[in-house]
Design a protein around this ligand. Structure first.
Ligand code: PBE
Length: 309
C-alpha cells in the first residue's frame, strides 16, 4: 500500500468519531448521510485562500515547480500561483500567521522562516519538487587560468545550513546583510581560513559575482564577497534575474555565482547554460523546495487540498 492510501485511511478513521458526534447532535433526524458527515470535519482551505498560492519572483525554480504542481495534482485544479517577490512572500506569510489564517507559500530551505515560525512542507507524493538538493558554485570558463586565486577560494567555499540560517535570521530581524556577514566571518574565522588557506593575496584584481535577491543567495554571496575582498580583490556583487544570472556566467560577462540549485530547482537553466560554465560543486547540502504552510493548518499533503469548484 502506498503512502497516499495509508493517509486516506488515516483520515477516514479520524473522521469516524466526528460522524458519530454529528449524528448524536442532530435532534431532528439521526442522519448518517456520509457526504455531510464526512465534510463536516474538513475545512475548505482552497476557498479561504481563494485558490491562490503565494509565490515569489517569476523566474524562480520553485515557482516553475509550483506551476507544474498545479497541473500535476488533481487537488490543485483551478489553483493559481501568484508571483511577487521573496520579500512580499515573507510579509504575507508573517501576516497570515499573525491572524492564524491559512496560507501556502512557495518555500525553500535553508530559510529563516523555519526558525521564526512553526511551519511544515506539504508532502509531495508525485515528487514534483524533487528531493534534497545542493547549492552549487559555478564560474565562467577561463577563470581558473586568468584568476587562479579567486577560482581557488570559490572552489573551497563550503558551509552548512546552520551557518547560512544564522545570517538570514539576523537579516530578517533588521540587521544589514553586510554586518551579519561580517559578524559570521569574525565568529567563524577558522572555517573561513580554510577557504583561503595557502592562497596568495592579490592587489585589487577585479571579480564580479552575480546572484538573485533571494534570502539564501543574498547571504551566501555577501559572505563570499567579503572573503574575497579581505584577500585583496575588488569585488562587485550584481543582483539579476535567475535566467540572466545563469547567462551572465555562461557568456563570461560575470565571473561566478554561488546560487545554482541542483539537480531540480535550476534544472532548466542548467540544461541551457551548464555546458558553458565550470561547476565547482556544492557549497551547501540539504537544500529543499516545496509548498510550505503554517503547522496549524490541518493538512499534511498537497493531495489534502481540494480543487476549485
Ligand atoms: N529559491 C532560492 C530559488 C533558488 C534559491 C528556492 C527561491 C529558486 O526557486 O529558483
Amino acid at each position: 500500500m502506498n503512502k497516499a492510501t495509508w493517509r486516506k485511511l488515516g483520515l477516514a478513521a479520524a473522521a469516524a468519531p466526528m460522524m458519530f458526534l454529528a449524528a448524536c447532535g442532530n435532534d431532528d433526524e439521526a442522519t448518517t448521510d456520509e457526504g455531510t458527515a464526512g465534510e463536516s470535519g474538513e475545512v475548505n482551505y482552497g476557498e479561504e485562500m481563494n485558490y491562490k498560492i503565494t509565490g515569489i519572483e517569476p523566474g524562480a525554480g520553485v515557482v516553475a515547480a509550483s506551476e507544474q504542481a498545479t497541473e500535476d495534482y488533481e487537488s490543485l485544479e483551478g489553483w493559481e500561483v501568484v508571483t511577487s517577490s521573496s520579500g512580499a512572500m515573507a510579509t504575507e506569510l508573517g501576516s497570515a500567521i499573525d491572524n492564524e489564517e491559512p496560507i501556502i507559500v512557495t518555500g525553500w530551505s535553508p530559510h529563516w522562516k523555519f526558525q521564526k515560525y512553526d511551519l511544515k512542507y506539504l508532502e509531495d507524493p508525485n515528487g514534483v519538487f524533487g528531493d534534497a538538493e545542493t547549492i552549487n558554485t559555478m564560474v565562467r570558463e577561463g577563470l581558473e587560468e586568468e584568476n587562479p586565486e579567486a577560482y581557488a577560494i570559490l572552489d573551497n567555499f563550503y558551509w552548512e545550513t546552520a551557518d547560512i540560517e544564522s545570517i538570514m535570521l539576523e537579516v530578517s530581524n533588521g540587521t544589514a546583510v553586510e554586518d551579519a556577514a561580517a559578524t559570521w566571518i569574525e565568529e567563524n574565522s577558522d572555517r573561513v581560513a580554510e577557504w583561503t588557506d595557502g592562497i596568495e593575496a592579490v592587489d585589487g584584481s577585479e571579480i564580479e559575482l552575480v546572484y538573485v535577491e533571494w534570502d539564501t543567495e543574498v547571504a551566501s554571496t555577501t559572505v563570499v564577497g567579503q572573503v574575497l575582498e579581505a584577500q585583496g580583490f575588488d569585488v562587485k556583487l550584481t543582483p539579476l534575474d535567475n535566467a540572466v544570472m545563469w547567462s551572465a556566467v555562461a557568456e563570461g560577462q560575470a565571473d561566478a555565482m554561488v546560487a545554482a540549485w541542483l539537480p531540480g530547482t535550476h534544472a532548466a537553466q542548467f540544461e541551457t547554460y551548464g555546458d558553458d560554465m565550470v561547476n565547482l560543486g556544492e557549497n551547501l547540502e540539504g537544500a529543499k523546495i516545496g509548498f510550505v504552510v503554517p503547522s496549524y493548518m490541518d493538512i499534511d499533503s498537497i493531495e489534502d487540498l481540494t480543487a476549485a469548484e
